[in-house]
Design a protein around this ligand. Structure first.
Ligand SMILES: *Cc1c(COP(=O)(O)O)cnc(C)c1O
Length: 467
């Protein structure tokens, strides 16, 4: 297995990015649970035959869809080591817990948060954002809220329309309802409109609501836009609001030798959510929540159960436990793959990956601008390029959207590259996000060629259909 997987990583750019799964291949997974084991060798043979050919493909350098990291070798091996120990990091006194605490200290230092900061590794930014909302809630309403519930407290929060959909959902899951998250307009650079934010806060207070939290975005999923974090920090301080930053991938800008300044102000946040599985290339899943003052997390999550008694000595020592800082009791050794990635590659290499992704994006954007059949749809702030194919003869807007969606599916199904789609100013965009550390300029060339070929082939059909 080790040899196969190391060979696979070595040859990752030689394969198709992805291929659709035929029904027959899918049907294999309808088989019932075996009552008698087949043995590890047969199970591995089934993995090789049934799973490997149809995997997602995000280790491939031409996977450019959504926001996906590419994984890395030491991170992959860390999964083996963690599996061998099968440790539970929810609590107790052992080295794995120290590894997670170290990763949290490194993360806080990376973003300029104080030494009193605390946090933990979670599945991803979606859950990290939810933890931030719950922590801000308990801070605002006091620990009583944990006994009595929110009792109709009319709390409102603020984010922009460029924020990730998991932000309003976090408020929904926390019991506030996503209608109570004001989704403010953005400026031409897709950053939150500060004047609209101020007005919304005033209007909500006048209506008897309690503004309690602002969620800024550092690296918007569609375009990479970064809210003006110092302004948000000033406003939150003046208005006594919790300042949370969704920096799912943008947090890694802190390690860039040239772009760290873009997220200045993040060090003033009350909490930050980000992912190691995106720009930091740690194998899925590895998200992180950081809270400026660890005491806030303990206030929001810690409990006392007799069967989880902490002791001054022995294995039940080491309080506070990581389960005191979040909703999970059992917690795997997720920290090891983060730690192994950071230990083996170092901060400078990860910063270079960030700059490299931005450089490939600039190259891709230049190709788009130079090619008359392509149109750039959003400014390229970082490593995300949104564009579309425009046929020689103009098409109505809906047909143009359908054409571009079809081009993306064609390119994906051919296994040539895997961009995704999004909507930019009402237009369907082909979206290429350069997060994979293996992606080179030549891979961007291949994407452009594939899009032009698919667009040319489809153009005539699209005109017939639109008629
Ligand atoms: C990816 C992303 C999320 C969601 O993170 P998960 O790790 O997928 O839960 C939230 N916000 C932004 C800006 C993202 O890019």
């Amino acid at each position: 297995m080790l040899d196969d997987m190391i060979d696979r990583l070595a040859g990752v750019r030689e394969r198709k990015v992805w291929q659709p799964m035929p029904e027959a291949a899918r049907a294999v997974f309808q088989a019932p649970m075996p009552s008698r084991g087949l043995g590890a060798e047969a199970a591995y043979a089934a993995f090789t035959a049934d799973i490997l050919p149809y995997e997602l493909g995000n280790t491939n350098p031409r996977f450019m869809g959504w926001v996906h990291g590419g994984g890395n070798g030491p991170g992959m091996l860390a999964e083996l080591l963690a599996g061998a120990l099968s440790n539970n990091l929810g609590g107790r006194d052992h080295a794995a817990v120290e590894v997670e605490r170290q990763v949290i200290r490194w993360s806080a230092a990376m973003l300029g948060l104080p030494a009193a900061a605390g946090g933990g590794l979670v599945t991803g930014t979606s859950i990290a954002n939810l933890i931030a909302v719950l922590t801000a809630r308990t801070h605002r309403l006091g620990p009583e809220v944990r006994r009595q519930g929110i009792c109709g407290a009319r709390l409102t929060a603020y984010t922009s329309i460029a924020a990730h959909s998991c932000v309003p959902r976090a408020f929904d899951m926390a019991g506030f309802g996503w209608d109570n998250v004001r989704r403010l307009p953005v400026d031409a650079s897709h950053r939150m409109d500060l004047a609209a934010l101020r007005e919304a806060i005033i209007a909500d207070r006048a209506a008897g609501k309690t503004p309690f939290m602002v969620v800024g975005t550092a690296g918007a999923v569609d375009t990479g836009a970064i809210d003006t974090l110092p302004d948000l920090a000033d406003l939150c301080m003046a208005e006594n609001l919790w300042f949370h930053v969704d920096a799912a991938f943008g947090a890694m800008l802190a390690l860039s030798p040239t772009r760290a300044g873009l997220i200045a102000g993040i060090e003033r946040a009350d909490s930050v959510a980000f992912d190691f599985h995106k720009w930091a290339q740690v194998p899925y899943d590895a998200g992180c929540i950081l809270v400026r003052d660890q005491a806030r997390l303990i206030e929001a999550f810690a409990q006392n159960a007799a069967y989880l008694r902490r002791e001054a000595r022995g294995l039940a020592g080491g309080a506070p436990w990581l389960c005191d800082l979040g909703p999970d009791l059992s917690r795997g050794f997720r920290a090891l793959k983060v730690w192994m990635t950071l230990m083996s590659h170092g901060a400078d290499a990860l910063g270079a990956v960030v700059d490299h992704g931005c450089a490939v994006a600039a190259h891709l954007a230049a190709l788009v601008v130079a090619q008359p059949r392509l149109e750039l749809l959003a400014p390229v702030t970082l490593n995300i390029v949104c564009f579309r194919y425009v046929p020689r003869k103009p098409l109505p807007p809906a047909a143009l959207d359908r054409l571009n969606a079809a081009i993306v599916a064609d390119v994906q199904e051919a296994g040539l590259a895997a961009p995704s789609t999004t909507m930019i100013d009402g237009k369907l965009a082909i979206r290429a996000a350069l997060f994979n550390h293996r992606t080179r300029a030549a891979d961007a060339d291949i994407l452009i060629e594939a899009v032009i070929d698919a667009g040319t082939a489809r153009e005539t059909v699209a005109h017939h259909e639109a008629r």
